[in-house]
Structures are given as C-alpha cells and as structure tokens.
Design a protein around this ligand. Structure first.
Ligand code: GLC
Length: 412
C-alpha cells in the first residue's frame, strides 16, 4: 500500500529535527513540578495567590531563544497555559488569571514570539486542554470548550505566523466530546500551515487521532517507526522528554540526564524520522536553570560537528548490531556508530567500547568513499551485494563522541 506524501509544512516540521520544550508557569515558584497543585492536594484559593508574586523579572526571551539556538534546536514549544489554568499571554479579558493581571503585567508570549522571529527559531505554543482552575471545566464543559477555543483563537491571531499548536490534556477525559473539529477549524482558519499536535499521553504513545492532527506524540519514550502505508495523510512523529524527572522545575530533582544520553536519544529519534523535543524548566521568575542551559550547550557542540546527519538524514532500512544505524541524505549515507572505541594507552584509556569491522545489512546503495565526519579520516570498507562491512578506527585520544558518525558517499 502507498505511503502518502507529506504536506509541505509537515515535511518542513520533520526537517527541524530538534526542538526545545519549555515548561514555565506559576508552579515554577514552588519548584516541585508542574503537577504540584494536584499531587500535593493544594487548595485553589491558596494556589491562586502565586499569581500575586509572579513578576517574571528574570525572564529574558532573547536568552531563552538563544539557549535553544545554541543547542542546535530549530524550534521551541512554550507552555502558554498549563493545567493550572494560568496564561502567559494576554487573554484579552477572557480571564483575569493571566500575566496581565499579575505583577508581571507583560505579554510574555509576545516577547517569546518576537525573540523567536529575531533569531530564526520557529515558535510553537503548548496549550492545555484540561483546566484545574476554570470552574466551567467541571461545571459546564461545553462552555469551557468555548473558552478554550477563544483562547486558542487569540494565540492564532495576535502573534503572526506560528509553527504550530501542541495540545495536552484530552487524555484526562477519554470518552468526552472535546469538540476537536471546532477547535482545529478555528486554527486552520487563521493558521492553515500550523502543525496541530495533541499529546496522546503516557498510555497511548504514537496513536493517531483526529484527521486534522499532523504529528503523533511519544511522551517520555523512544519513538517506534510508524507504519504509514495506507494512511490517509502522512503524519510526523515527535518524542518529548524531560531533562530530569519533571517538566516544571524541581529544586530537589537530582536525576538529570547526561549529555551522552541526550545525544543518544536525539539520534534514536532521528533513526525513525521523529523529532526530539527536549524540555527545560525555567526557575520561578523565568531565569533559565544554568545547569540545564549548560547541558543543552554540550548537545549543541556535538551538533556543530555532526548536525548535518541529524537534520538532513532520513530513515534508511539498514540493519546492524548494537544500536548502530544508517540515515540517508543527498548523495550520502550517515553511519551512526554508538560508544565508539578510543585510542590511547592501556595505562590511561579505560572502559570497553567498539572499534574494528562492523557489518550493515540492507545497504542498497553503492558506497564510493567512507570517512569520519568530524576529522575526515578515511575508513576502509568492503561491500558485497547489500552488505556493507566498515572498518571503524578508534577515536583519537582527547575526544569522546559517545555517538560518532561516518559519512559514506554513494553513487547517484
Ligand atoms: C503530561 C503532563 C504534563 C506535561 C506533558 C508534556 O501529559 O500532564 O504536565 O506538560 O505531559 O508532554
């Protein structure tokens, strides 16, 4: 069965490859995750008071966007409103639970979009669909959905062209009629080329939904390859992941991922053509967590060397041992080699890692030349039918790439 061609804006989204997720809201002031209202059984009257201390005085949209850009991210998805119900944008009188009614008094979404546009980063809006604060969510669901649509309409009309909308919360009422058609029609009216994404949650990863949806989601787990044969419309895929164990900042969360894990996860997303949306949780008043900023910078440094393979490479059916895999670009194959061997001395270079001859099956292109992408060192190889045997040298002492990529030039 045929695989449908992606719409141009969906193909463009896939090419972005790597995005930065940002979870920031009133909850950030408590620094114990974005679900603190519910999971710590707080009283809404008490919780609401966080609005009165929200100054956003440390929020610098340019710094946020440049953090993403420096990490090699091509887009950002910002929580314009999370489950707590507080909006980082001017709701134009729809609600007084927004930035304009807090000491902050600035439209932070405008600052964010303007900075994205200044620095060539595509802005996306995360928007909750469930709401712990708005009374209609419990009492008059249809009326609440109208409030939600009007809110989203503001986001689609006030800020120029946006990359897309990322909804989250429909999993909270599985059987309910969320009137998705109406919501998405509102978006299409104003932003025909916006990606529409609706998180299917931890229990339904990779599930397709309403026909207007443009990408499936994999929350906190490696994406599996999508079988697009016979699909009515080509869907992209995106995996979102926390940098530690919380989306919103957590001052006692010590379980941060290492740069190597982040790089590996980015690679494993691209292996199946999915985007990697990596989250950071800014601090109470919007400062970027310095440690998270630094982690992203390390990933950016790796992408400075190997980025071409990440952005240009498309899934390729070759098989191999370990986690090694191949992507295909223009006239090239990119061979991803995990945990590559290191050269050095037995007195200083410790640990097991791989080097030597490795076979890849299902390589249907004829390889002309093979070399490491970082230093151009030529690698010997042999090819027989669809089998490529490549001889990987160790990485020079002084470098440790965790994933190292070799470029294979192929016959046209
Ligand atoms: C979840 C959570 C939420 C987070 C989201 C990001 O569904 O409810 O807090 O924003 O995942 O994927």
């Amino acid at each position: 069965m045929a695989i449908p061609a992606p719409k141009p804006y969906i193909a463009a989204f896939e090419k972005l490859g790597f995005g930065m997720f940002v979870h920031w809201g009133l909850y950030s002031q408590l620094a114990r995750g974005e679900w603190t209202y519910l999971l710590h059984k707080m009283d809404m009257k008490e919780y609401e008071k966080l609005k009165d201390s929200f100054t956003a005085e440390d929020f610098n949209a340019d710094e946020l966007v440049l953090t993403a850009k420096n990490a090699g991210c091509k887009y950002i998805t910002l929580t314009t409103r999370h489950h707590e119900g507080f909006s980082l944008y001017d709701t134009k009188g729809l609600s007084d639970f927004d930035v304009m009614h807090s000491p902050c008094g600035r439209d932070l979404v405008r600052e964010y979009v303007d900075a994205c546009n200044r620095h060539g980063i595509l802005p996306f809006f995360y928007h909750t669909t469930l709401d712990w604060h708005h009374p209609d969510f419990e009492n008059d669901f249809d009326k609440y959905l109208e409030y939600l649509r009007k809110s989203v309409e503001i986001l689609c009309t006030e800020y120029g062209k946006i990359g897309g909308l990322w909804f989250d919360g429909n999993w909270s009422r599985k059987g309910a009629d969320w009137k998705e058609n109406e919501l998405y029609a509102t978006i299409r009216r104003h932003q025909p080329e916006a990606m529409i994404i609706n998180n299917t949650g931890l229990n339904a990863r990779g599930e397709a939904g309403n026909p207007e949806i443009d990408s499936v989601t994999f929350e906190q787990d490696r994406p599996t390859p999508l079988n697009r044969e016979g699909m009515k419309k080509y869907l992209a895929a995106e995996m979102c992941e926390t940098i530690n164990d919380h989306w919103g900042t957590g001052s006692l969360d010590f379980n941060s991922k290492s740069p190597a894990t982040l790089i590996e996860n980015l690679c494993l997303c691209r292996k199946v053509g999915a985007n990697y949306l990596l989250n950071i949780g800014p601090l109470a008043q919007g400062a970027i967590d310095p440690y998270q900023k630094e982690l992203l910078a390390v990933v950016g440094k790796w992408l400075n060397i190997f980025g071409e393979a990440i952005y240009e490479g498309k899934p390729y059916g070759a098989g191999s041992v370990n986690r090694n895999f191949i992507l295909k670009g223009e006239g090239k194959l990119y061979i991803f080699f995990f945990n590559p061997g290191r050269e050095g001395s037995e007195n200083v270079t410790a640990g097991n890692s791989y080097l030597g001859a490795f076979a890849f099956g299902n390589v249907t292109d004829k390889v002309k030349r093979l070399y490491w992408m970082d230093n151009g060192e030529e690698l010997s190889f042999a090819q027989k039918e669809n089998m490529l045997m490549a001889n990987f040298t160790g990485q020079p002492y002084g470098k440790s790439f965790c994933v190292r990529i070799a470029t294979a030039e192929i016959e046209k």
